[in-house]
Design a protein around this ligand. Structure first.
Ligand code: AMP
Ligand code: MG
Length: 309
C-alpha cells in the first residue's frame, strides 16, 4: 500500500477536473467521480457500460457533508453510530436543495450513501468539497475488484488513476439498507444482517422480490462468464471446485475460500478466487455447500446470481 500524500493529491487533481479515479475501500475498489458533476458521473456509467437506470452509491466523509444532501432519521443515527465508517450503505430521502447529479439517482428522490472505512479514501474525501459517487470498479455484471491488479484487468489504461490501497479487507460489496420507510435490506453484503437485527431489535428481511431496478438486484451479476453449479459434493475432474473446508485429498482444480469453514475469510477470498478460475479458462465451476449464516448469506447470494445463466 502506497500511503503517500502525493497519490491522494493526484487523485484529487483528476477528480476536481471531472475525471474518474479508482479508489480503495474495505469492501471492494470503487470507480469514483464527483457526485455533484453530470460530466463525472456520466463517465462512470460509460466506463462501466452500466445502464443509467441503475443508481450509484455516494461516499461521504462525515455527517456534515451528508446533511447537505439527505434527510436522516433515528434508525440512521443508531446504525451510523455503531457501524460507520463501515460496509453499510443507507438509502435515504434526498433533500430538495441537493446538488447530487440527476444521473447518480436516475432522477429518483432517494440516494444510497456510505461512509467507507479505508484510510486513504477517508483522507481523500477530507480534501474534497464534494462527495464521491463510486460503484464497484468493474465492467457491469462482471466480478468486483479487490485489488489494483483487478481494476487494471477490468479497465486497462481507460481510467486516469488508481489509488493503491492494498487488498480490500472485506472483499464483498456493502450491505444496503433502505431507511426511506420501514427498514428493508436491499442487498446482502459486508455487514452481517444479524448484527443489524441485533442493534435495531428487529428481524429485517432481505426481500429478493424487491422491484427496485438496481444492479445488485439484477439476476446476472458478479459473473465470471462460465456456468456455476452450487451444493456439489463431488465435482467433475475438468471443472474448478470451490471449497469451504479442507478435504483429506485435494486436487489441483480445488480452490479453497477457507480451509476451516471461516465465512469471513471465505467472503474475502470469493472474488479473488472467481477471477483466478475465470483466468485459468475452466469451462465450469462447482461449489461445495456453504452454510447460509453470517457472511454465508451474502456469499450464497453472490454465487446464486453468478450461477444464473
Ligand atoms: P454498486 O455501487 O455497483 O455496488 O451498486 C450500487 C447499488 O446501490 C445497487 O445495487 C443498488 O442496490 C443500490 N442503490 C443505489 N441507489 C439506490 C437507491 N436510490 N435506491 C435503492 N438502491 C440503490
Ligand atoms: Mg457493482
Amino acid at each position: 500500500m502506497k500511503n503517500n500524500l502525493s497519490n491522494i493529491k493526484k487523485s484529487k487533481y483528476y477528480l476536481d477536473k471531472g475525471e474518474c479515479v479508482a479508489i480503495p475501500t474495505e469492501t471492494v475498489y470503487g470507480l469514483a467521480g464527483n457526485a455533484y458533476s453530470n460530466k463525472a458521473t456520466l463517465k462512470i456509467f460509460k466506463l462501466k457500460k452500466r445502464t443509467k437506470k441503475n443508481p450509484l452509491i455516494v461516499h461521504y466523509n462525515n455527517l456534515k457533508m451528508l446533511s447537505k444532501d439527505c434527510i436522516t432519521n433515528s434508525h440512521f443515527f443508531k446504525l451510523y453510530k455503531k457501524f460507520c465508517p463501515g460496509p453499510l450503505t443507507f438509502v435515504l430521502r434526498l433533500k430538495k436543495s441537493t446538488k447530487i447529479s440527476k444521473y447518480v439517482t436516475n432522477s429518483q428522490n432517494t440516494l444510497a450513501v456510505r461512509f467507507p472505512n479505508h484510510l486513504l479514501t477517508k483522507k481523500l474525501l477530507k480534501l474534497l468539497n464534494y462527495p464521491l459517487a463510486a460503484p464497484s470498479a468493474n465492467i457491469s455484471t462482471k466480478i468486483s475488484p479487490v485489488s489494483i491488479e483487478d481494476v487494471k484487468e477490468e479497465f486497462g489504461n481507460k481510467i486516469k488513476f488508481i489509488l493503491d490501497g492494498g487488498r480490500s479487507k472485506i472483499g464483498l460489496e456493502s450491505t444496503i439498507i433502505s431507511l426511506v420507510d420501514k427498514p428493508r435490506i436491499l442487498r446482502l453484503g459486508g455487514m452481517e444482517r444479524s448484527k443489524i437485527n441485533k442493534l435495531l431489535k428487529k428481524n429485517i428481511k432481505f426481500d429478493k422480490k424487491e422491484k427496485i431496478n438496481v444492479p445488485g438486484q439484477s439476476k446476472l451479476h458478479y459473473s465470471p462468464g462460465i456456468p456455476i453449479k452450487l451444493n456439489i459434493i463431488k465435482p467433475k475432474s475438468h471443472e474448478a471446485f470451490i471449497l469451504i473446508k479442507k478435504r483429506k485429498k485435494s486436487d489441483k482444480n480445488y480452490y479453497y475460500l477457507s480451509k476451516t469453514k471461516n465465512l469471513k475469510e471465505a467472503a474475502k477470498n470469493l472474488y479473488k478466487i472467481l477471477r483466478k478460475i475465470k483466468n485459468k479458462n475452466y469451462k465450469s465451476i462447482a461449489v461445495e455447500k456453504i452454510p447460509n449464516i453470517g457472511f454465508g448469506e451474502a456469499i450464497n447470494d453472490r454465487l446464486k446470481r453468478a450461477s444464473t445463466k
